[in-house]
Write a protein that binds this ligand. Structure first.
Ligand SMILES: *Cc1c(COP(=O)(O)O)cnc(C)c1O
Length: 235
């Protein structure tokens, strides 16, 4: 995206240029700009950054760690009823209760044990959550996500057997790959699964993702600037 030159502190301006770039990409693909949800990925950034984005009208935020989000969001969520919090990082089964309490959307449903835990916890808390199944489109051994060959049966298990609120698929293409084939593949796979939502695209490739059908893009650096170190955040 042509937005990284923005000063990191000018969050309102950065949000505005990201939104405009995404709207342009949506129109080029004959889609309504409103069909794309921009998730501001605020991991490692502090409260001032999040409040600046809120003041600029941003309501969808994403974090990759449950514990970090627990420190940052409960009061902000209470103060803004239309706040939507997304979990975009791996979820351990021992954090499922906390995750279901705090998040509205989980993008990283990727294994049976996690699906079973979520299926226990969501009805207990009666929270209106939704889930994306993460697919490891690049079949990278170190990366989370179900294998593409198992995605359809995993979606069936989650949605039909466990009655989880699965709304779409999510992927993070390998950094060294051209992202387009991964995005196109994810869209095709979602179609086969009968799912309409696609969580794909980050700062470097969100416009490409929108042209290829993304309904949710996850943008951090282009909005908030370079990430702070986690140790600085926790001190
Ligand atoms: C950090 C993160 C992003 C945002 O990355 P940027 O390149 O900073 O936009 C998107 N998705 C996931 C899963 C992430 O962990």
């Amino acid at each position: 995206m042509s937005l990284s030159p923005n000063a990191p502190h000018d969050i309102a301006a950065a949000l505005d240029s990201v939104s405009q770039a995404l709207a342009k990409a949506a129109r080029a693909a004959h889609r309504a700009p409103s069909s794309v949800t921009l998730i501001a990925i605020s991991k490692t950034h502090g409260r001032e950054a999040i409040e600046a984005a809120l003041a600029a009208g941003q309501r969808n935020f994403g974090e990759n760690r449950v514990q970090e989000a627990q420190h940052k969001f409960p009061q902000l969520k209470a103060a803004h009823p239309d706040f939507v919090l997304h979990l975009v990082g791996p979820l351990q089964t021992n954090k499922v209760r906390e995750a279901v309490e705090l998040f509205d959307v989980i993008h990283t449903l990727d294994r049976r044990k996690l699906a079973e835990k979520l299926a226990e916890e969501i009805p207990q808390q009666a929270r209106p959550l939704s889930c994306f199944v993460q697919v490891n489109t690049g079949r990278e051994p170190q990366k989370a996500g179900v294998d593409p060959a198992e995605a359809e049966s995993f979606v069936a298990l989650c949605r039909d057997t466990l009655k989880l609120p699965v709304v779409g698929l999510m992927c993070i293409p390998p950094v060294s790959d051209e992202p387009s084939p991964h995005f196109a593949f994810l869209r095709e796979l979602a179609g086969r699964c009968g799912l309409s939502q696609l969580s794909m695209g980050m700062s470097s490739d969100a416009e490409i993702a929108v042209r290829l059908g993304a309904t949710h893009v996850r943008v951090g650096t282009a909005i908030f600037g370079a990430r702070k170190s986690v140790s600085a955040l926790e001190s």
